[in-house]
Design a protein around this ligand. Sequence first.
Ligand code: S3P
Length: 750
Amino acid sequence: MTASSLLASKTILIVGLGLIGGSIARGLKREIPSQRIIASDLNHAQLLAAKEAGDVDSIGELSELCAEADLIVLALPSLATAELLPTIAQLCNENAIVTDVASVKGNVQASAESLADSFSSRFVPGHPIAGSEKSGYEASTPQLFLGRNVILTPLATNSACSVGLVTAMWRALGANLLAMSVTRHDEVLAATSHLPHLLAFSIVDVLAKQETSDDIFRYAAGGFADFSRLASSDPQMWAEIFVANRASSSRVLQAMIEALQALKTRLDGDSPSSLAAGLEAQFSGAKSTREAFLNNHYNLDANKKMSQNSVTFVAGAHGAAIPKVAGRVRVPGDKSISHRSIILGAIADGRTEVSGFLEGEDALKTVAAFRELGVTIVGPEQGKLSIIGVGRNGLTAPRKALDMGNSGTAMRLLAGLLSAQDFNSELMGDESLSKRPMARVVEPLCKMGAEIESESGGTPPLKISSASLKGISYEMPMASAQVKSCLLLAGLYADGVTTISEPAVCRDHTERMLEGFGYPIERSADGKTVSLSGGHSLKATTIDVPSDISSATFFLVAAAISPGSDLLLEHVGINPTRIGVINILRMMGADLEVLNERVVGGEPVADLQIRFAQLKGVEIPEDQIPLAIDEFPALFVAAAVAEGETLLRGAEELRVKESDRLAAMAAGLDSIGVESEIFSDGIRIVGDPSAVFRGAEIQSEGDHRIAMAFAVASLRASEPIVIRDCANVATSFPNFVELSAQLGLEIRVE
Ligand code: S3P
């Protein structure tokens, strides 16, 4: 399905043919020439001009046109929109879907919610971030929304098909869709749009009132021109915006006044040298914030991007005394479960509410991909998000390659889902992901009938053509939850039964979550075989994502290697297919207790308490490998201070993670003075309970878990450990440095 095919048969009424309304009409006509567009505006000249230009098919009074429309777009300012809604509710037909473009949403929402549910369920508030200082129909252009963000703020009562139609309109106009709550929207806009306009209007005002104002304007430098551009925006519209968004504007203005006051105090009182140093520090901070923003939001050239993204950790400046790791924290949500909550929520019927979602870059890539597939996802806001499911056949064709960033999980799981859709798609990734093996999913998917092209080495990008799949029985050559999940997702759409067997038990979040969404699956008693038949639907549910045991591991090891430590990690997921790290640490003699066990949304959760105890080296049982697959970098650090040797064999999968983790860890351990030997499938680490690691420079190879493992190792180092290329820590554990500081680890970010 494409956005245009959803819209083509509809009649769209645009109320208000200014810059935004005119651009919607022109853009739609260009994209879908047969699209019927009708328009109403108090400014008759504007209407006539649009009709003459062929941008609209019919013009007239609201009372004449409203009943004809399938989709009504109120392209008016906030106050006018809120005021007009009751009239629209009366005039429109009972199935018409209504949206708006107002830049403040609180008052519009209040107006909609005062009307009957039968109307408010069909009113989907929206806001294109595409305005400019220009206004009026003459300024409108069909490309206005191309590549621009449009924020939807769906109401709790909105039906999925209302949101779907509004989404389709903005997609046809080339916009990127985001969604957030009304409160968040108004706060964000107060800060990013309303405050700058308020300052622009007042700076011109202040300067105009200066005695020398003529001179100021005559000799106006570029800075003034840049700054005052905003002050040429429509005064009436902006006055109304501040009436509508008074409270949020006042809050952010207060913060601005305090910042300006602090600057003034500094100008009046600081010595020249401290004034210069203070201002320079403040300005550099602002400059790098802006560069980081541009870097993330616009495609700067790759080299520049790399250098700006390079992050170094300088860990452990504590000298000889080893800090204690103590306190009580909750690490962020589980990455595997966060990805899956989006994927299954997107194709379910109804609205799935997620809490505890990991706002790390990997899971956010999955959110962005599903937005591009036409799904409205509200949030995340403080770990909560709401996914308005489009149903099993409701995804729409992406308009560009889906960028999965660093995330192997996202790429492999999406490969399964996308193989079975009625549109083509492409999956790409960053430098690390572009080297990772995809044949493990491409081969079995092709056995199911999928059509996928990869690079010659079986690596991304993956070009997926639409195909019909049939169920297969597949014995996975490796214990990979990603491969299993990929095939299960393809199996949802396949004809017949898909059965997957794994050589050793690996994580089962997909199976548990499918059950949570009411999808029938069968699992063997030993947990090694799962099967499902295609064709059933998923029902939206509520998901509480537990904390990620893989992130908790870094602090478990931190406490396990630092004498005097006593740490409590709250609400950690202890799914039996993930607790290899608990089993292995206990085998090594760790003082680790699992407290307050409970089940939350189908996943077992507990608080983990760990106190320092002398560890001993162990031979890691092979069946624990898939259960601890992401935890080995940290476990190797524990092994380095254990008594005796630790041996791991049968873990060749570690060679194909975000980096070759056996090689990266062995090199890093060697640099800090730890003896190890690597094999094709494992490592032997020679532990020393009295070890004091050397300060060294470590290459993390851009692998988040290598970076965090050596940050933890710094607890036992005599000098700082400098860890390069740590930006990807944000993929799985965005607040790692802050939480580390709370627990007593010192990490400086450069
Ligand atoms: C994951 C499975 C594991 C793990 C990865 C996340 C998942 O990979 O390493 O970080 O969410 O299914 P494999 O299943 O390929 O070993």
